[in-house]
Design a protein around this ligand. Sequence first.
Ligand code: MSP
Length: 640
Amino acid sequence: MSDKTYYITTPIYYPSDNLHIGHAYTTVAADTLARYKRMRGYDVFFLTGSDEHGQKIERKAKSEGMTPIEYVDGIVANFKHLWKKLLITNDDFIRTSEERHIKVVQHIFKKIYDKGDIYKSEYEGWYCTPCETFWTDRQLDEGKCPDCGREVELLKEESYFFRMSKYADQLLQYIEQNPDFIQPQARRNEMINFIKQGLEDLCVSRTTFNWGIPVPIDENHVIYVWFDALTNYISAIGYLDDPEKFNRYWPADLHLVGKDIVRFHTIIWPIILLAAEIPLPKQVFGHGWMLLEGGKMSKSKGNVVDPLVLIDKYGVDAVRYFLLREMPYGNDGSYSEDALIHRINMDLANDLGNLLSRTTAMINKFCDGKIPKPGEPAEEDQELIQLAEKTPGAVEQLLEEMQLANSLARIWDLVNKANKYIEDMAPWNLAKNPETRPRLNTVMYNLVETIRIVTVLCTPYMPTLPKKVFDQLGISDSKELHTWDSAKQWGSMPDGVTINRGEPIFPRIQVDNQQDKENQEQKQVKEVQQQEQNLIDINEFAKVDLRVAEVVAAEKVENADKLLKLTVSLGNEQRTVVAGIAKYYEPDALVGKKVILVANLKSAKLRGITSEGMVLAASKGKKLALLTVDEDIPAGSKVK
Ligand code: MSP
């Protein structure tokens, strides 16, 4: 067993519903890193699981007429099925309902309680009985329950509290001394600010529901779900029962989580560990969210994308490639089926698929189907060879920094360079002349070797790809040519191997009528959603002609104490505008101001005066302020 270990985790998912493409991203990203580290010789432990307790699940089960465990058993089986279809190589799957986990959570709770860092007190808050939920003052929506809008009452509940505040300084110190602990940088800064604002003690027990782990010293309480859930990272690796395993893998190298739960992982979790005197994890990385063309995916919106459907339709490698390629570092990514098809057709079918297909076709045609012996590399081979030699190191560096999308982009630089090399070298011309035969052999060899290297580098991302490519290149049994290290050895590919040109590795997706119809339907759903949310598109906004206008004269309108008559200049024309701003501005003070005019508003008569536009102002309560421009800019300028 290697002495280099790597312990990587995903969040444990709530089995309140089946998982969607966003959840799949986290697990695919973690799997890619786990596979990569294994290729680099690490003894990897890769953990995922399910976070099964809590009121939400208790209620959901009830609504389905099941006990909580019956309900979650079904959903957890679906999780495991999905991970199998996505070729996830987790070493364990922890369920928080398992005895091995419950034991550890109770042990940690008791340990912290015995130290005096968990104490009993009263939790006071606004309680919504139908929702069975406590709210703080700030969470209320105009004094009512923010979920259901009903009346709330001030209630007190006996609870256990965790003295988080006591550990704030120690945590800050850890974060400062370990700059990589929270990544990316922006989230690190956010967390530092959060802690500096002061931490409140955390309520870590509940009495309003039963589906949870009992507080070891008080059967009336169950342990707060996050205290329970976070502990999975140590219960799964034998914190109590298997010290050898625990010491081997802990502290975790990486907790990979979505941006919404960074706070739980970088504040609550480390403080639990500090209080329990267990070392802290080395890194928490918070990735962005996979959004649906800009919006959030949710059951209630009915826009959840089921990864199983996509895998069946497009294949597992394509789905994994898309997810990893489309989530930019530190930001949100965007999913649409069109974008997925585009990636498949461009990157996979055109760029990579065609590279292999053209190369094997030419080897069959010009080289009797055998990989030729290369001659000395010529000047014009250098760029390709140098890029191939540099790419593995660049990919390693990017993967260490969790730059998954960029690491794929790097590999594709090499793919594209190879395609360009074919165009530049024009092997079909070299084949015409016996004198250029040696050059042809070198060019074909270089192409095969580049494809081999690209394939090795793609292995962690797209696990079924290598077999397909290596079969075609005739090197399926030569395991030594599949290793990560071999990708750093240009020239490892032997010559004389007989290739087996086969089917395209990524067939192009025909965007047929059915697809069009589905896309059309999706677009319509989106339009309706946007209308519902009162959204306008850019074309609608562009209909409004906004201009900078200079006030050249202003006077009160007779017998109308709210109105001013303004004369404004648009550079090459003057307009009269009646504005309801007399209570806020003296006419003289307006002359010379540059304001914003809606220039294509239908004219209207006010107190006998024709108003040819409208000036924009912001107002709230009794305040009103005209919109003006920040820099001096000529009257008539367009505002956009
Ligand atoms: N059970 C907690 C985690 C406990 S970990 C000790 C939880 N579960 S969850 O099922 O709601 O979410 C799990 C993960 O999925 C989170 O990291 C969350 O950010 C991620 N995602 C949920 N929707 C997502 C997207 N649309 N895109 C990317 N990730 C998203 O939170």
